[in-house]
Design a protein around this ligand. Structure first.
Ligand code: 13P
Length: 341
């Protein structure tokens, strides 16, 4: 595996190179329909293609975007004039990535909890994705906080699946992005989010170690430690940054290639401010960057939806702006006055 390992270590480093992060556009067809419903666009294959083409062909996207995570359908698509999406991305300096899990399903015996499925046949699918041009993969586990949850069983089952997925990725030459998302839904306080995230990450890295996953060729995609969306007392930017970093310092080995965040329902500005605050807090053992879906796309989606034929450039400008703001935040150099430029 040495040649493959060298390539994966190089890819992982490129994914979190200074001032660059990941664009998550791997919405399943169901999630994409929800986004398109919000802008009044029909969720047809052609519209999904045109929207994603608009995003990946934004001029100089690669300046602040190192890679993009695609859904299976998107990895196989081409532009209306026949250029493969993977080619457009490579020409734009953006590494193709692929979501490979089969979604979060109810965990039998545990009311309200989820287990991510998709391990069956994964080896074959990963080999095909590599052939198609993908160089990293993503698997998302969902941890839900309520009065009684999460259970240890839910955390164990999801982390075990993440580790098996990660080992299969590295066998196929793909950098695994392991994503345990602690949901911000609920009225829990930030301390509860901290404890759940701490336990989840501790379990995850124990499992990755047991499954011989090489951390230098692995990326963690984490939620931030935030107050529940319905908690009456909302932690401020510095509290979020401190709690999140504290969690990582206690669980994440320094050899990991990098950490990127999901936005999970935060606004575009919040997601940028939180990332910036963490990177300003001093020397960190790992690069800390972004892998946002909604927090990179929200404004671009709105502008594109207003007139998909004519607003391509205006929507691309929105995406490029957020990419630049988050690229600066990944270096702790974001300033809110730059939002007006
Ligand atoms: P959000 O940033 O919208 O949470 O999406 C990121 C992602 O990839 C979730 O799996």
């Amino acid at each position: 595996m040495t040649d493959k390992l060298d390539e994966m270590i190089e890819t992982a480093a490129a994914m979190v190179a200074p001032g660059r992060g990941i664009l998550a556009i791997d919405e399943s067809t169901g999630t994409c329909k929800k986004r398109f419903d919000s802008i009044g666009v029909e969720c047809t294959e052609e519209n999904r293609r045109d929207y994603r083409h608009m995003l990946i062909s934004a001029p100089d996207l690669g300046e602040h975007i190192s890679g993009a995570i695609l859904f299976d359908e998107t990895l196989r698509q081409s532009s209306a004039d026949g250029v493969a999406f993977t080619q457009i991305m490579q020409d734009n300096g953006v590494i193709p990535g692929i979501k490979v899990d089969k979604g979060a399903h109810p965990l039998a015996g545990f009311d309200g909890e989820k287990i991510t499925e998709g391990l069956d046949g994964l080896r074959e699918r990963l080999n095909e994705y590599y052939e198609l041009g993908a160089r990293f993969a993503k698997w998302r586990a969902v941890i839900t906080i309520t009065e009684d949850n999460p259970s240890q069983a839910c955390i164990d089952a999801n982390c075990h699946a993440l580790a098996r997925y990660a080992a299969l990725c590295q066998e196929a030459g793909l950098v695994p992005m392991v994503e345990p998302e602690v949901l911000m839904d609920g009225d829990h306080d930030i301390q509860t989010a901290y404890e759940v995230t701490l336990l989840t990450l501790k379990t995850l890295f124990d499992q990755l170690f047991e499954h011989n996953v090489v951390l230098e060729a692995c990326i963690l995609k984490s939620s931030m430690v935030v107050s529940g969306a319905d908690c009456p007392e909302q932690a401020d930017v510095d509290e979020v940054a401190e709690a999140t970093l504290d969690c990582f310092f206690n669980t994440v080995p320094a050899s990991l290639a990098g950490i990127v965040f999901l936005s999970g329902g935060q606004s575009e500005i919040e997601a940028t401010e939180h990332l910036d605050a963490m990177n300003r807090m001093g020397d960190l053992p790992w690069p800390l960057s972004f892998s946002y879906g909604r927090a990179l796309q929200a404004s671009a989606l709105k502008v594109w939806g207003a007139n998909p034929q004519n607003n391509v450039q205006a929507a691309q400008a929105e995406l490029l702006h957020r990419a630049r703001m988050n690229g600066l935040a990944a270096m702790g150099q974001y300033e809110s006055k730059l939002e007006q430029e």
